[in-house]
Design a protein around this ligand. Structure first.
Ligand code: IPD
Ligand code: CA
Ligand code: CA
Length: 265
């Protein structure tokens, strides 16, 4: 860990506390009537997404006035800051609206262009995944590692589909069909942050998706990396939270999964 390790620990604590406060709020409001607006054809935003975000942002700005904020429901503020908090206040909104218990609060902290701290908190299952760059990845205080599965045919995979029926949706349908024949199963649970954390702790062996936003993948990226996993884009080049293609695996099946995905991108 670098010289900022104490600062990073403090930042992590603020991120964990904020995600838990927001998670308690989310859980308390599960299956209660809430105002739903539509951002697209089926892309919903509820009062709970917004309320969760308010809780997180107010806590962060109280601790770190002037910090940069990139949050799903409000866009970007203090853009010039090199200390940026990237927030998905409720990942898995469709699940949340239907009472399907797979959703999370996700917070990542980017310092000088690098993700240094990450938290994904699943309030329903009371699971908090977190990582500091160089310090390993944890679930509720215990160190986690990616799985040891080394053949695609023995793997359990996860993916997701964009809300809009765009080129990525059709492309991913083809990839789904091709990979389905080469692994033990593919889950589409509906929360990218949880999919990635499940790769980090070995419940999934690999995950891929297209066309997400930085707040969907920023925290998961560091948690997978610190758990010993491998991340890249769909062609095997460097993973970027600002890109459109995301592949995260235990490392052992990375080349094999890419050899299939590459045929479609
Ligand atoms: C969504 C979830 C889902 C993914 C979608 C995302 P949201 O985030 O992560 O798994 O497939 O494309 O947009 O809208 O629930 O925060
Ligand atoms: Ca999301
Ligand atoms: Ca969201």
């Amino acid at each position: 860990m670098n010289d900022f390790s104490n600062d990073l620990k403090y930042i992590l604590q603020v991120a964990i506390d904020s995600s838990k406060a927001a998670g308690d709020f989310v859980l308390k409001n599960m299956q209660k009537a809430t105002k739903i607006d539509f951002k697209g054809r089926v892309n919903m935003v509820t009062g709970v997404d917004k309320g969760s975000q308010e809780i997180i942002v107010s806590k962060i700005l109280k601790e770190f006035p002037g910090a940069g904020i990139l949050a799903e429901e409000s866009g970007e503020s203090n853009v010039e800051s090199d200390f940026k908090w990237i927030i998905d206040p409720l990942d898995g909104t469709t699940n949340f609206v239907h009472g399907f218990p797979c959703f999370a609060v996700s917070i990542a902290v980017e310092i000088n262009g690098r993700i240094k701290v990450a938290v994904v908190h699943d309030p329903y299952h009371q699971e908090t995944f977190y990582a500091i760059e160089g310090g390993g990845a944890y679930l509720n205080g215990s160190k986690i590692r990616v799985s040891q599965v080394n053949r695609l045919i023995n793997s359990l995979l996860a993916t997701g589909f964009p809300y809009e029926l765009n080129e990525y949706f059709y492309k991913n349908m083809e990839i789904f069909k091709a990979l389905y024949q080469k692994c033990q199963g593919i889950r589409r649970a509906g929360a990218a942050t949880i999919d990635m954390c499940y790769v980090a702790c070995g419940r999934f062996d690999g995950y891929w998706e297209f066309y997400l936003n930085p707040w969907d993948v920023a925290a998961g990226y560091l948690i997978v990396k610190e758990a010993g996993g491998k991340l890249s884009n769909a062609s095997g080049r460097e993973f970027s939270i600002y890109g459109h293609e995301y592949v995260a695996t235990n490392g052992l099946i990375h080349d094999e999964i890419l050899s299939v995905i590459k045929n479609f991108v």
